[in-house]
Design a protein. Structure first.
Ligand code: GFB
Length: 323
């Protein structure tokens, strides 16, 4: 077990995002007193010299590397250059600085899109690079796979204690609710909410509704990240998920029942379905002793409450945001 206790100097790289803000809440709840953060304006994580300078000045002992340029299927398929450049640079500079100014441990977070499009389900850690990737997010997936390989290479050559974890699709407070760049679950919450507010009873869902997806609440993920940082000690990445999935149609019906029960669904098949299925095998995580706690319906209800309470400042809903 790794001693990650409350007086450790912990850097959360990407603290303003969906995952980073959940990790801040988790560390705060556990009484951590030296949590280090830097906004994009204070520190461009793509700039190696700036990141080195920051590490030299702040000397973090633990790093949660959860920063990145992220988005849903449409954002990924229309902005491949941003997704591959930003994410490769962010992972490379932070991992390298964590070696130059030695940290006790670094946990890097990837994504379940790293697995092959036709990967046998549920997807096991050893299935990585066993087949072609899904086209809609290949750039992002390559960058995330490079992050895993970076951690393994620094571990092998320099003995760095760098580990990586692959979470499934995430949702929860502080999500991106824009209709163009967001992931499916917050997009559906926003769409049903706007339809109800505007008196419309038809809601468009992208694709055919037949792809299957697994969803983990981001507070569960933050709990898993701290657990893995304390208990996991292997070069190979570890999957983090619920081990349960459903179709996009079933998800849309669940969101509808919670937000706008009278609405009908219309499927826009001009939009891409993406990967048919990407259910994670979470056997290794369960064997380590961690399981998720927040069920999907309960999680959607609490996420919708958060959206209603933070409507005026939720990311992606600012006036003129991509609607
Ligand atoms: O969440 P999503 O954008 O990302 O799409 P992926 C999941 C499925 O939901 C696709 C459908 O089949 C979409 O066609 N969908 C239905 C919608 N309505 C909507 C909608 O209004 N918005 C969106 N976004 N989708 C992502 C990767 O793949 O998974 C990321 O692109 C990341 O890089 C993330 O890895 C975890 O699950 O298809």
């Amino acid at each position: 077990m790794i001693e990650l206790n409350r007086d450790a100097r912990v850097f959360v790289a990407g603290h303003r995002g969906l995952v980073g803000s959940a990790i801040l809440r988790k560390l705060d709840a556990e009484g951590f007193s030296q949590v280090l953060t830097a906004t994009r304006e204070q520190l461009d994580l793509r700039d190696q010299a700036a990141v080195n300078y920051w590490f030299r000045a702040n000397r973090p002992e633990f790093v949660f590397l959860v920063a990145g340029t992220v988005g849903g299927i449409l954002a990924n398929s229309t902005r491949p250059a941003e997704f591959i450049y930003d994410n490769m640079m962010i992972h490379a500079t932070v991992v390298h600085a964590a070696h130059l100014f030695p940290v006790r441990r670094l946990l890097y977070l990837g994504s379940s899109c790293i697995y092959p499009r036709e990967c046998p389900q549920p997807m096991k850690e050893e299935d990585l690079l066993s087949g072609p990737l899904e086209q809609t997010n290949e750039s992002y997936a390559i960058a995330k796979i490079a992050g895993i390989k970076l951690c393994q290479a620094y571990r092998r050559q320099y003995g760095c204690d760098f580990i990586s974890a692959m979470p499934t699709n995430l949702y929860g407070p502080n999500d991106n609710f824009s209709l163009k760049s967001s992931h499916v679950l917050p997009a559906l919450i926003r769409r049903f909410h706007d339809a109800k507010a505007e008196g419309r009873d038809e809601v468009v869902v992208w694709g055919t509704g037949s792809p299957r997806r697994e969803f983990l609440h981001v507070d569960d993920l933050a709990d898993a990240c701290v657990f893995v940082a304390r208990h996991y000690d292997d070069a190979e990445h570890i999957n983090i998920g619920t081990g349960e999935d459903l179709t996009i149609r079933e998800l849309a019906e669940m969101v509808r029942d919670i937000v706008h029960p009278d609405a009908g669904l219309t499927f826009d098949t001009s939009k891409p379905d993406g990967t048919p299925r990407k259910l994670l095998d979470v056997g290794r995580l369960h064997d380590l002793g961690w399981r998720h706690k927040i069920g999907l319906r309960e999680g959607i209800e609490s996420s919708y409450r958060w959206f209603l309470e933070n409507r005026d400042r939720a990311r992606g809903t600012e006036p003129g945001a991509a609607a």
